[in-house]
Design a protein around this ligand. Sequence first.
Ligand code: ATP
Ligand code: MG
Length: 240
Amino acid sequence: MRAPSSELPVVLDRVSFKTGETTIIDRLSLTMAPGAPTVIVGPNGSGKTTLLRICMGLIAPTDGGISWGGRQHAAMAHRAIVFQRPVMLRRSVAANVAYALARAGVARRARVAHVDELLARVGLLDLAPRAARRLSGGELQRLALARALARDPELLLLDEPTASLDPASTRRVEEIILMAAKSGIKIVMASHDLGQVRRIAGDVVFLARGALCEQRSADDFLNHPTTSEAAAFLRGDLVI
Ligand SMILES: Nc1ncnc2c1ncn2[C@@H]1O[C@H](COP(=O)(O)OP(=O)(O)OP(=O)(O)O)[C@@H](O)[C@H]1O
Ligand SMILES: [Mg+2]
């Protein structure tokens, strides 16, 4: 396990994000503490991606505040984000990870061993020389995870990392996520796959129309939703 975190807890205090007349995130207050993965659940357009971008510090709230480990302007050094459709450099799988290590400040001599270790961690060692842009969707997500792990993050934000993957690829990505969580990395992940919530989440943040409806343990959320929005979502009814 790692030393006490400098990124955690992530605390949002009445955070809003507006563009023009549109409110995308609406006075949202929540705390993401060290421990089991937090999964952000909600229908399409409910604000999951926007919330992750705020948590990464890529966009600033238009109202309210966010802090990481008690600081409002924490450097991003120990945070990483994997987007839904990761873009790779037009280079080999290994070179993409080496680049991420270089960006993270790892010395050139240490990089080669580190690349192999990260690729082994995500099951891509055999594909090290392959052109990254030739990978399948599942392999690409695993490479994106290796690249994010190269930053040695305390906080790893994942935007629907298995959205277009088949069950076997989904399982492999989930195993990597669970291993990362076990090593002490705080995972905050968007998903609308309830099976995945069951397999991965410690707690669930449920959003509807940019507002927080529930933050509860995954078991409580899945078995005893308290809001009508969450109950409708769990039944498969649209709540947009
Ligand atoms: N920069 C922007 N300008 C205007 N509207 C935006 C912007 N970013 C997001 N939106 C809108 O905000 C709403 C929430 O978007 P967001 O991508 O955060 O939702 P989401 O929960 O991730 O959806 P999905 O499940 O489809 O990925 C959507 O209606 C989207 O069109
Ligand atoms: Mg999204």
